[in-house]
Design a protein around this ligand. Structure first.
Ligand code: G4P
Length: 551
């Protein structure tokens, strides 16, 4: 075999390039970047913790849970402030499993649910959806799944809390399919639920995994049953349950057959697992399937072309900006998702919007490597960049080429409030503060058409408290908010400009402009929105607005 010592200079360069290329491909192929989504209390934190335990990223149960915003804290806002450092750390959790490098991006729930919960989903390649077997599909899940559907994000479903008396398994699957518009494909099948829960049958490797509470269920606990008619099933489950399982499996197998990975990757079907996160049951089966089938970092659309993840030039985009609430430290952390090439510390990269080259001396990674400064990052990775105001959501960094990543939308807020300036002497500071804070992407700023009324729109109520506090602390601007009776903002487009002008004249009280001057209709209710849609067929009403569009 040739070794480097026998090669001349050009050959050496060639050899080196080949080695780098091989390392690069290996690094991409071992990455899985995903998020767990659920309705609050379905078990997302518990499942996250079990995955981190399997990955060795944490050593004790409770490490993530204690970082969760306390449900009964006297003020959620003060709690958020106290937890700020920790929540940055848990924004991205990286761990290794079976040679794979897994980046788990947090999607905050509860009252801190914000637009960047939605936008985080634009930075992942797949999601795991946790559904509570007792409560079934709930509102927040529905909204998060809409974002996944927009992007055809592959989904794996984990039906949790099988140790509680839940809904009938067939009814539950039907409900999920109907409510979330998903085609499900069971990978495991439960034997009863609640106090009669006996375990799951793994339809993929045809093994029976018996339930014992609080175990580290692993392969040794599984009973291989290649033939379901064997009497071993009666020995393990008893006659009645064995008969029901045989019947169920026949039915499920008959309907679904084997999983077609391509269908999952196209988001045409979603594999389903049953388990109990708190008992660490069914989690390992899911994790193993996840690393086997979940997509590696994917190629992405840009304003110019489809950017191949294997291109060797670096590119990435900012999907989240996390501000420091301490006024003495105005710095922010911009979250960069690497999309191609290699991110390197201290190398100059091109900030496309500002048309300037910048380098980062202290880029860092998150939890697992405990905020270590990193030297390099690969597609699928998320890097934290200290920012003093250079970044807006959707900004693109490249090695020189001018393009923007598309598919990073602004989402319609759900709560709207008018900003009341309590100190006219501070109007300038207020305007600057509103512009800068809304650049961070957790709230949107609208200006009412024909007037100067400033409207803030958010997804979660808590953001108003944060904005009010920060405007005062960081900009010296005192404000109050007045609730407005709108339920959604719709961005308006039409091939006929005259129709838009006419509509905005008739509906002045409901028309506003976003920060980029795009026209928005603020609808009071679904009924009003549907009526306007019917009455104005030439106008399109969109619940999202692309930050960057294809050229
Ligand atoms: P979230 O992040 O989705 O909001 O949910 P989280 O993991 O915090 O779980 C919500 C509650 O459900 C927790 O109980 C948790 O222990 C419980 N839980 C999670 N998985 C299971 C399961 O498989 N079976 C059962 N029976 N319960 C489960 P809690 O009382 O609110 O908190 P804690 O006191 O247990 O920490």
């Amino acid at each position: 075999m040739l070794t480097k010592a026998y090669l001349c200079a050009p050959e050496k360069a060639c050899f080196l390039k080949l080695l780098i290329g091989m390392k690069y491909t290996t690094e991409i192929n071992r990455r899985r970047t995903f998020a767990i989504i659920s309705h609050p209390d379905a078990g997302k934190t518990t499942l996250t913790e079990k995955l981190l335990l399997f990955g060795g990223a944490i050593q004790t149960a409770g490490a993530v849970k204690s970082n969760k915003i306390k449900k009964h804290a006297t003020s959620d806002f003060m709690e958020i402030e106290r937890q700020r450092g920790i929540s940055v750390a848990t924004s991205v959790m990286t761990f290794e499993y079976d040679g794979n490098l897994i980046n788990l991006l947090d999607t905050p729930g509860h009252k801190d649910f914000a637009e960047d919960t939605y936008r985080t989903l634009t930075a992942v390649d797949s999601v795991i959806l946790v559904v509570d077997s007792v409560n079934g599909v709930e509102d927040q899940t529905r909204r998060l799944m809409e974002v996944c559907r927009m992007r055809d994000t592959p989904v794996i479903v984990f039906i949790n809390k099988m140790d509680r008396d839940g809904k009938n398994r067939f009814d539950l699957l039907e409900e999920i399919e109907k409510e979330l518009n998903l085609h499900l494909h069971p990978m495991t099948w439960p034997i009863n639920s609640g106090k009669d829960f006996k375990g799951v049958y793994n339809l993929y490797d045809k093994s029976l995994v018996l339930f014992t509470a609080n175990t580290k269920a692993n392969d040794e606990d599984a009973v291989r049953i290649s033939d379901l008619s064997a009497s071993l099933l009666e020995d393990r489950l008893g006659e009645k349950d064995a008969a029901v399982l045989r019947e169920d499996v026949e039915l499920v197998d008959g309907v679904h057959g084997a999983l077609n990975n391509e269908d999952y990757l196209k988001a045409a079907v979603a594999p389903v697992f049953f388990g109990s996160a708190v008992n660490n049951f069914g989690v390992k089966e899911m994790l193993e399937t996840f690393v086997r089938i979940a997509p590696t970092p994917r190629s992405r659309e840009t304003s110019k072309r489809l950017l191949d993840v294997n291109e060797d030039k670096f590119s990435g985009f900012i999907f989240k900006i996390h501000a420091n609430l301490d006024p003495k430290h105005r710095d922010r952390i911009a979250f960069l998702r690497v999309c191609s090439g290699r991110f390197e510390r201290n190398k100059y990269f091109h900030h496309v919007r500002l048309d300037k080259d910048i380098r980062f001396s202290n880029p860092y990674s998150f939890l697992a490597r405990s905020k270590d400064v990193i030297e390099e990052a690969y597609p699928g990775d998320v890097v934290g960049l200290f920012d003093t105001g250079n970044f807006k959501i959707g900004d693109t960094l490249t090695e020189g080429e001018d393009f923007f990543f598309t598919g990073i939308p602004s989402f319609s807020p759900e709560i709207f409030k008018e900003v009341i300036n309590k100190d006219p002497m501070k109007t300038k500071q207020l305007e600057k503060g509103l512009l800068q804070l809304t650049d961070e992407g957790v709230a949107q700023l609208f200006t009412q058409f024909g007037g100067n009324k400033k409207i803030i729109g958010c997804v979660g109520e808590l953001q108003f408290e944060v904005i009010q506090y920060r405007l005062l602390q960081e900009y010296g601007a005192a404000v109050e908010f007045r609730a407005l009776p709108f339920y959604k903002a719709c961005w308006l487009t039409s091939t006929d400009d005259k129709k838009l002008v006419e509509f905005s004249r008739f509906k002045q009280a409901n028309i506003a402009e976003d920060k980029d001057g795009h026209m928005v209709y603020l609808a009071q209710s679904e009924w009003f929105l549907n009526t306007e849609r019917t009455n104005n067929p030439e106008i399109e009403f969109h619940f999202t607005s692309e930050i960057h569009k294809a050229e």
